[in-house]
Ligand binder design. Structure first.
Ligand code: FAD
Length: 416
């Protein structure tokens, strides 16, 4: 019953409203209210505005009539003409508005120029992170994997990457998006030069390591942000011999050196400098089927039997072996495995340094010789002493470790 009454009241009200609108319309044209008008709120509609503001604007909040109620058309027009017009707000530019406007204009200009900047179109940029997609991750051992990342802005400018390859050892930073922290990684040489938008990283998962664990957990198709390239070491143009001491993932920069020397710097292998890589790992699983070539027969036999009991050669050893095969005369790679008792000892190091030592080139100029040391902190410390920090930057620090003890004459030593 109550609902019925409510509906009736609503219908009645809408009828009243229609009647009121019709009357108002008629009054607008005739200049006087409709004689038949007796709708609801009629008194209020014809009443004076309640405040001066209402008067000025013609707005009556209690009733729908926007105009004063008049009895003749002429008088009404006269009153309309004499009515107060609402004061116009003048647009004034104060100092506050001016400052805000200038800041907005400046920011708009900055965003515009940043978007137009050709440097933005490079696949890697040292100043900001660009998106890559994880295309694949191939397990290399129980703790390490090769990640294949593809630049999302395909077909873009790859100049910065080509320049980095011509320089020597370079790294990129990878962002962990939740913690917003970044760590450096050393891209492996491309398998095909025709894929410059590809970045391959050899990453060892550190126990509880934030970024390395993130890279080992993400699924194919995940977006990863990279910044770079950062050149870590520029190989001297006139270098003749390089001895590279690589521990674990330190093999990545060693492969970069080979790629720079033999793919970007020289046209034929005969002209290239000599490169000897000593790659040390704790476990055999990190270098399956990589056979040490420079130690005793017993050590060699041990590595062969250990290798045979392991599954097939890993992707990384495959790449190292292929490098040896392509540049046989110039590149030598020796493997060392801690758990098999083969390691880079002082006497071996002395032999290598003196074996490679030739005092002068054929034209009489002294040979340029460099030892590069790369790997986990402990590895670098043991061979060349720790790097140090100065003014917020990591610097070489004094020479220490085994190389300081040997102090090989004529060799430049660089910690990576
Ligand atoms: C130029 C350069 C190139 C590099 N290239 C490579 C590369 O090619 N491949 C590669 O694998 N690495 C590379 N690294 C190392 C890499 O940058 C990272 O340092 C490494 O991956 C570890 O980072 P993370 O964030 O996983 O570990 P982090 O979170 O930084 O942790 C580092 C270590 O500290 C320990 N730790 C962290 N928190 C705690 C805690 N609360 N208590 C106790 N211990 C703790 C972790 O267990 C871990 O072992 C490179 C480094 C540099 C400087």
């Amino acid at each position: 019953m109550q609902e019925f009454c409510c509906i009736r009241r609503c219908i009645q009200r809408s009828h009243d409203q229609i009647a009121f609108r019709q009357a108002l319309q008629a009054r607008r044209f005739a200049g006087r209210p409709s004689p038949g008008f007796s709708g609801f709120d009629a008194g209020k509609a014809s009443g004076p505005p309640r405040s001066s503001k209402d008067k000025a604007t013609g707005f009556n909040p209690t009733g729908p009539s926007p105009r004063p109620h008049k009895t003749s058309q002429g008088k009404f027009a006269e009153e309309v003409n004499n009515a107060e017009t609402p004061p116009r707000t003048r647009f004034r530019i104060g100092p506050g508005k001016l400052i805000l406007f200038s800041i907005a204009a400046f920011l708009s200009y900055k965003i515009y120029t940043w978007q137009k900047n050709p440097a933005r179109s490079v696949i890697l940029n040292p100043k900001f992170f660009t998106p890559f997609i994880l295309e694949s991750r191939e397990k290399v051992s129980s703790t390490s994997a090769i990640l294949n990342l593809l630049s999302l802005p395909r077909g873009q400018n790859t100049v910065s990457v080509s320049e980095a390859w011509r320089s020597g050892v370079w790294s990129v930073q990878v962002m962990q998006p939740e913690l917003q922290i970044a760590r450096s990684y050393t891209p492996l040489p491309p398998i095909e030069e025709t894929e410059p938008e590809q970045v391959r990283l050899f990453v060892r998962q550190e126990p509880q390591g934030e970024v390395s664990t993130f890279l080992h957990k993400i699924n194919r198709g995940t977006i990863v942000h990279l910044r770079g390239p950062k050149v870590e070491y520029k190989i001297p143009d006139d270098v003749d011999e390089i001895l590279f001491l690589a521990g674990g993932t330190g093999i990545a920069p060693a492969l970069q050196v080979a790629h720079t020397l033999y793919n970007h710097r020289i046209k034929s292998t005969e002209q290239g400098p000599e490169l000897r890589i000593l790659w040390a790992n704790r476990r055999r699983e990190d270098s399956i089927h990589g056979l040490e070539s420079s130690s005793s027969q017993l050590a060699q036999a041990k590595s062969i039997s250990a290798a045979l009991s392991q599954p097939s050669q890993t992707r990384l050893v495959e790449e190292v072996e292929s490098l040896k095969a392509r540049h046989g005369g110039k590149v030598i790679v020796d493997y060392f495995v801690d758990e098999e008792g083969s390691y880079i000892s002082e006497s071996l190091l002395r032999t290598y340094l003196s074996g490679m030592d030739q005092t002068a080139n054929q034209d009489g100029t002294p040979r340029k010789k460099v030892v590069l040391v790369s790997g986990p902190e402990g590895f670098v410390d043991a061979f060349a002493g720790p790097k140090t920090w100065q003014g917020g930057m990591e610097i070489q620090g004094p020479l220490g470790g085994l190389l300081k003890k040997i102090n090989p004459p004529g060799w430049e030593i660089w910690k990576l």
